[in-house]
Design a protein around this ligand. Structure first.
Ligand code: NDP
Length: 459
């Protein structure tokens, strides 16, 4: 038995859902095949629950400064309450996603999909075939865990949200987004937290001032950082897990979490039967229109290894639908993507880092460091950092990097003028909003230092 569709989408995450909805709106007959929950990583075990847990963890910092504003707080935290509240919210979102698919007529099929040819998808549990004019692979990515002895004793971000109880201590391996965000969460909720990272400073690829600023903020919150070291093995140690490091040290932890990157979900999808090629890194290779090497098969989101961010997947899904079902060939511009790290302090960035900009001709660097007003009544010394990178002499803004409260919200708005190729003069024309942290971005007078012929001058 077989059914015929204009589009079969594999994966009901951010990219797949947007593509399916848009294609159906344009009149296509669409089915989405999903083996887990509707919503994908972002809604079920990524961005959404992560941000809720970040909010939970931030009360710790608030309680810390509360007394300087006259408050006396006697606080305690209950993990099961947070887990249950999170579950209620993501279930609500899952239902919203489901009805948003059903409204324009998308059929949701709960099954595992297997590509069996350029235009056929086999449903594993249902044991039937779907015929599709187009197939969209939007299967996302999954945590990569180094295959060390005892790795099964560790958890990943998939499990971290639903631990039966908070561990007394946790060792988190990795220095990327997930490692620092979860370190913030666990430390804020009172867990003795250690990051172990193979490099010499967290957040490789970010601007140095952001990396060092966050590093100081993590240390300030009691998070221990072990650099240039990896976990070599894990073993049971009573109720704990004993981690042995590459330097020979062994130490017990209540839990061990791997935040060592994510791999595109391509295994067992049958892509080879349709001649879909992969990149050397194991992602699905696509062109600017998300088309794979098999003309009837497209792919969007993390499975393509472009930028593993929800709004990028959503945009790719939308533009796929425009291109294929609305006769409007349009490619996503991946060149300027705002991004945030929801650690404590928070980071928001867009555009070139200082190191990158220094290789792009003569540039000016405007840098502000100050205590956020919230801290001024307390003994907290943590500084906020705002950095604007422009072409020389007030030219185009090339990068903006913010560390501190509200960084993500600020960078989202900075993305608008930067998308319009704003100059320093455009920023200067804006009247400052006082008192705010963001006003620093429109009140910079002279550069803090500059790069001329690749050399740093001043500062
Ligand atoms: P990242 O790629 O950000 O970080 C992975 C980390 O693991 C790096 O520090 C890397 O080291 C390290 N690592 C990789 N392999 C090994 C290994 N074999 N042994 C030891 N360490 C290793 O991945 P994440 O898992 O943190 O996040 C995945 C992606 O999800 C991000 O890149 C981002 O696109 C997205 N994301 C976005 C968020 C947001 O927008 N706020 C939040 C969470 C995730 P090295 O630096 O040396 O390569």
């Amino acid at each position: 038995m077989s059914d015929t569709y204009d589009l079969v989408v594999i994966g009901a995450g951010s990219g797949g859902v947007r593509a399916a909805r848009m294609a159906a709106t344009y009149g296509a007959k669409v089915a989405v095949v999903e083996e887990f929950r509707v919503g994908g990583t972002c809604v079920i075990r990524g961005c959404v629950p992560k941000k809720l847990y970040v909010y939970a963890s931030r009360f710790n910092d608030l309680f810390d400064v509360a007394s300087s504003f006259g408050w006396q707080v006697d606080a305690s935290f209950d993990w099961p309450t947070l887990v249950a509240a999170k579950e209620k919210e993501i279930t609500r979102l899952e239902h919203a996603y489901t009805s948003n698919l059903e409204k324009p007529g998308v059929e949701i099929i709960r099954d595992r999909a297997l590509v069996t040819g350029p235009n056929t998808v086999h449903l594993v549990a249902g044991n039937r075939d779907l015929i599709a004019k187009y197939i969209l692979v939007a299967t996302g990515a999954a945590p990569f865990v180094p295959p060390i002895p005892g790795y099964q004793l560790g958890i990943t971000s998939n499990e971290a949200f639903d631990l039966p109880a908070l561990p007394h201590s946790i060792l988190i391996e990795g220095g990327g987004y997930i490692a620092v965000e979860f370190a913030t969460i666990f430390a804020g909720l009172g867990v003795d937290t250690t990051i172990i990272y193979r490099g010499d400073c967290i957040l490789r690829g970010f601007d140095e001032d952001m990396r060092r600023g966050l590093e100081a903020g993590l240390i300030d919150r009691g998070i221990k950082l072990i650099y240039q070291t990896t976990i070599k093995s894990l073993a049971r140690h009573g109720d704990d897990i004993a981690a042995t490091f590459s330097d020979g040290v062994t130490a017990p932890y209540g839990a061990v979490m791997f935040a060592t990157g994510r791999n595109p979900n391509v295994r067992g999808l049958g892509l080879e039967t349709a001649g879909v090629k992969l990149t050397p890194a194991g992602a699905i290779a696509v062109d600017a229109y998300s088309q794979t090497s098999c003309p009837s098969i497209y792919a969007v989101g993390d499975v393509t290894g472009r930028a593993a961010l929800t709004p990028v997947a959503i945009r790719e899904g939308w533009y796929f639908a425009e291109t294929v079902f609305n006769n409007n060939k349009i490619a996503v511009d991946h060149s300027q993507i705002p991004t945030a790290v929801f650690a404590e302090p928070e980071i928001g960035v867009i555009g070139l880092t200082e190191a990158e900009a220094a290789t792009h001709g003569d540039v000016d660097i405007y840098l502000a460091r100050f205590r956020p007003m919230m801290n001024t009544l307390s003994t907290r010394t943590e500084r906020m950092v705002l950095k604007l990178i422009t072409e020389k002499d007030g030219g185009k803004v090339l990068g903006c990097h913010i560390l501190g409260p509200g960084a993500a919200e600020m960078i989202q708005l900075i993305a608008i003028p930067m998308g319009m190729t704003a100059t320093k003069a455009d920023f200067d024309r804006a009247i400052a909003l006082h008192p705010s942290a963001a006003e620093e971005l429109v009140t910079f007078k002279a550069p803090t230092y500059v790069y001329r012929d690749g050399q740093k001058v001043g500062g």
